[in-house]
Design a protein around this ligand. Structure first.
Ligand code: KIV
Length: 272
């Protein structure tokens, strides 16, 4: 099979597993809308996460806590309409899976049926294992998320690096093994020391995707608005900016305003 044909093959959870076994890094980014997802998919990203970070970058909330299941379904449907190749994972939002595994399954089923996404992602380890098991038992692929889990921000009280202390690091490792044993196909590791990111990645056979977890993980994820430099006020150490869209958009907007106000836009060729 030619590389061209192979690269057009849809990415599956099994393909991600194979990538880890072959030492091939996994590139994941978030998307929340049709136009961005279309560009990302065509660019060849392996995984698109419809993250509940939509609460921050789309809706302007301080935390991810307020976003609803209906909001996530709206964003996810916009993304899946655009995607032909990448694996699409959708975050279960806060309050839709933590306390009750039946509700967790109902939430996951709504996501799968209404959005045609490929998988769901949940934050937490042992505490949410019952929900993870019930969702998996329905045949829905689950990605875990350990370390800094933003839905628990009111418990943490800070977005600082997690698991610097031995106790928390050991619990994180135990949780990673539990998620793997339960049958999760992968997990996000967020904002933990690089050495721990590597240790967890070497301890599990399923792929780990890091965000602020060093380069020993099996893949990386960033929030698309952050890596594009749209959100220029957010500058954690782990963030590499690949563009300055804040500057480019500001220039475009101010030029447009100037052109409209001066009567320069539209010109003769831009009208009927
Ligand atoms: O919601 C999100 O964007 C995420 C990533 C930061 C992993 O969970």
């Amino acid at each position: 099979m030619s590389t061209q044909t192979a690269s057009l093959r849809p990415v599956t959870t099994y393909r991600l597993y194979e990538m880890k076994q072959h030492g091939e890094k996994i590139a994941m980014l978030t998307a929340y809308d049709y136009s961005t997802a279309r560009i990302l998919d065509a660019a060849g990203v392996d995984v698109i996460l419809v993250g509940d970070s939509a609460a921050n970058v789309m809706a302007g909330y301080e935390t991810t806590v307020p976003i609803t299941l209906d909001n996530m379904i709206y964003h996810a449907k916009s993304v899946t309409r655009a995607v032909k190749r990448a694996l699409v994972i959708v975050d279960l939002p806060f309050g839709t899976y933590q306390g009750n595994s039946k509700e967790a399954l109902a939430s996951a089923i709504r996501i799968m049926k209404e959005t045609e996404a490929d998988a769901v992602k949940l934050e937490g380890g042992e505490e949410i294992l019952e929900s993870v098991n019930r969702i998996l038992s329905a045949g829905i692929p689950v990605m875990g998320h350990l370390g800094l889990t933003p839905q628990s921000i009111h418990k943490f009280g800070t977005y600082a690096v997690r698991a610097r202390e031995e106790d928390e690091a050991e619990k994180l490792l135990r949780d990673a093994l539990l998620l793997e044993k339960a049958g999760c196909f992968g997990m996000v590791l967020e904002k933990i020391p690089a050495a721990l990111g590597r240790r967890v990645s070497e301890s599990v056979r399923i792929p780990t995707i890091g965000i602020g977890a060093g380069n020993g993980t099996d893949g990386q994820v960033l929030v698309v608005n952050d890596m594009l430099g749209i959100t220029n006020e957010f500058s954690p150490r782990f963030l590499r900016r690949y563009a300055d869209l804040h500057g480019i958009m500001t220039d475009a907007f101010t030029n447009y305003i100037t052109d409209v106000k001066s009567g320069d836009f539209p010109n003769d060729k831009e009208q009927y």
